[in-house]
Design a protein around this ligand. Structure first.
Ligand code: ADP
Ligand code: MG
Length: 269
């Protein structure tokens, strides 16, 4: 069971698939026991909204990005790096797996800058430091990453954290670690066309066109962008239905369904 120096599979677990059933966690533990190296990145936007409501903080989105003031950032950090991350880590460890939860801030894994002043403390990735992931993987742990980033903006600024989209983090990590594959587990069958029919294979330019025409919208946009980003250094990116039991295991067995975005056509070597 040794793939410690081998290629890594980066899996993003979507908020909607989280907690719907435990087969994703079972699959993660099983794959680890089979010697696969996994990095898990999670979302949790819906739970963040629930906790913002509990705190009486109103929230709004601009093009799918949560406008993040200081009070919102505190809730985002607490819910993502706290509750959501620890529940996933606890679930993996209690099923006999070995996982360590970190956020993009830990070990300066994800380093970013404010993307757009209008959005507040929302980051764009400037640099990825994969060293903490390597240390964990080499020691046999699955890193479970909460999507936050260390802020590289103004050293005198008291706020050192940035809220960052989980899909973006997954794409950046996959690119930086030169992953074997990048897999998004989400709450739809894959990328669908204008009439809702699954598109099993897309080239980067076809994916770009779907964004430009608005067929790919909202939460699918950061996924497609993350796939395109990752394809600068990896070969295969996948967007699959995480609602199906054992979706991840089926995917690794080559029976995942969903959408593949790949760079090369014809001359695969
Ligand atoms: P996750 O929690 O997995 O990040 P999101 O809600 O952010 O989930 O993104 C998935 C959503 O993207 C789908 O539920 C769907 O509403 C939306 N979406 C937008 N365009 C498309 C498309 N062309 N094909 C499939 N889903 C799409
Ligand atoms: Mg999303």
């Amino acid at each position: 069971m040794d793939n410690k120096s081998g290629k890594v599979i980066v899996v993003k677990i979507g908020g909607a698939t989280l907690g719907s059933h435990d087969t994703i966690i079972e699959d993660i533990v099983y794959l680890q026991q089979q010697g696969k190296s996994l990095v898990i990145v999670h979302g949790g936007a819906k739970l963040v909204t629930e906790w913002l409501i509990k705190q009486g903080i109103s929230t709004r989105f601009i093009q799918g990005e949560r406008v993040t003031d200081e009070a919102t950032l505190k809730v985002v950090t607490s819910v993502l790096a706290g509750l959501v991350n620890k529940e996933i880590v606890a679930a993996i460890n209690s099923l006999g797996g070995q996982a360590v939860g970190i956020s993009g801030v830990d070990g300066a894994l994800i380093q970013g800058r404010i993307k757009d002043k209008e959005l507040g403390y929302v980051g764009t990735v400037v640099k990825v430091n994969i060293a903490p992931l390597k240390v964990l993987l080499q020691s046999g742990y699955i890193p479970v990453v909460a999507p936050l980033s260390l802020s590289l903006d103004k050293p005198d600024e008291p706020v050192r954290l940035l809220n960052i989209n989980g899909d973006t983090v997954a794409g950046e990590i996959a690119a930086a670690i030169v992953a074997e594959s990048l897999i998004f587990l989400t709450d739809v069958v894959g990328i669908c066309n204008h009439s809702g029919k699954l598109l099993p294979h897309l080239s980067p330019s076809e994916a770009e066109a779907l964004m430009a025409s608005g067929v790919v919208s909202e939460g699918m946009i950061p996924k497609v962008k993350a796939c395109l980003r990752a394809l600068s250094s990896i070969r295969t990116t996948r967007i699959i239905d995480g609602r199906k039991p054992h979706a991840l295991l089926r995917e690794i067995e080559g029976k995942g369904g969903g959408t593949t975005i790949i760079k090369k056509w014809g001359n695969e070597s």
